[in-house]
Design a protein around this ligand. Structure first.
Ligand code: NAD
Length: 319
């Protein structure tokens, strides 16, 4: 049986050190591997600095020293993986290098360990194709930095076993992450697709001189982004129009269709698509609870405003 609550993190750069904090903060022992000795020294320093900041913001319940004591560093891949329950690979985004690593990790890790890659853009089916042990492998793509942004995209390949997927979701939730399962291996998964959609439009608006770059940033930072921190795009639309997302689509759908067509993307929200989305929303939020949820959203925004004001006051006090 693989070592309980022992994770091997492979690659000690930005993402590897971030994952090390996630697991150590949750009480796991961490074996952090990197082939570059100097990188491990830098990682130790980086983790200590980030931990001190987390402590200052009250985001770790114990002293930072306890967390650091649970992290061991090694330049020996076999040692790192030998007794672990879970591997989180964080090596450079190079398919050949990652494939070689997974082949070695499958040999070195216990037979019941799950092996996950942090890759941002390599489809799991091509990454793990033909590996002996492919059923234990999948992608767990974090958002940077993972110890502050909890969403992680779990992407199985066609060959990943259902048990591996279920175990990974459970394990990541257990260490305080917020896993979402990606059902199909689309390029960019979900997070970068959403991010890409808004970045594409932002570039077009900037290129066409519709607004300055900083004004476009402020439109998101001071408006859309603050609301998205409370409700995702579907819930935002649902709460924006009395009658919910179906009423929103009826009112706004034609305008959004024209905007998409103007950019060469003709993906209208068909009546069937809207009905499917509305069906899910009404299960999550019956219309009779709609008013109450709008009040909740507004209170979340008030809380953000209050916390923002306190932060601004602190910053003013510091100068
Ligand atoms: P990085 O360059 O900061 O770190 C990579 C680390 O891997 C370095 O410490 C390097 O010494 C080490 N390394 C080199 N060869 C290795 C090998 N053969 N085996 C193991 N480690 C090796 O890169 P990063 O930004 O931490 O990205 C790591 C992975 O995480 C990539 O797949 C990337 O796509 C993914 N990712 C990155 C981000 C991000 O915003 N940086 C976000 C999500 C996912």
């Amino acid at each position: 049986m693989a070592g309980e609550r022992l994770v091997a993190i492979v690659g000690a750069g930005s993402i590897g050190t971030g994952w090390a904090i996630v697991f150590a903060r949750a009480g796991w022992r961490v074996s952090l591997y990197d082939p570059v000795v100097g990188q491990l020294d830098a990682a130790r320093q980086e983790i200590a600095t980030r931990t001190t900041r987390l402590e200052r913001f009250g985001l770790i319940s114990e002293g930072g020293c306890g967390l650091l004591e649970r992290i061991e560093m090694t330049t020996d891949l076999a040692v790192a993986a030998s007794d672990c329950a879970y591997v989180q690979e964080c090596a450079p985004e190079n398919p050949a290098l990652k494939r070689d690593l997974f082949a070695a990790l499958i040999e070195a890790a216990p037979a019941d360990a799950v092996l996950a890659s942090s890759t941002s853009a390599i489809a799991p089916s091509s990454l793990f194709l033909g590996l002996n042990g492919v059923e234990r492998c999948l992608v767990a793509h974090p958002v940077n930095p993972p110890y502050l942004l909890a969403v992680v995209e779990v992407v199985p390949s066609a060959e990943t076993s259902k048990a591996t997927l279920a175990r990974t979701v459970e394990l990541l939730a257990d260490v305080g992450m917020n896993p979402i399962t990606v059902n199909s291996e689309v390029e960019g998964f979900v997070v970068n697709r959403l991010q890409g959609a808004i970045l594409r439009e932002a570039y077009c608006l900037f290129r066409d001189g519709v607004a300055s770059l900083d004004d476009i940033d402020r439109a998101v930072r001071e408006g859309l982004g603050r609301r998205w921190a409370v409700t995702g795009p579907f819930e935002t639309a649902d709460l924006n129009v009395r009658g919910g997302i179906a009423a929103h689509a009826e009112r706004m759908g034609p305008a959004y269709e024209r905007m998409g067509a103007e950019r060469g993307q003709h993906d209208p929200w068909t009546p069937e698509l809207v009905a499917a989305a509305a069906g899910v929303r009404r299960e999550l939020l019956p219309l009779q609870e709609w008013e109450q949820r709008v009040v909740w959203r507004d209170e979340q925004l008030m809380r953000q405003e209050y916390e923002g004001m306190s932060t601004r006051e602190c910053e003013v006090g510091r100068t």
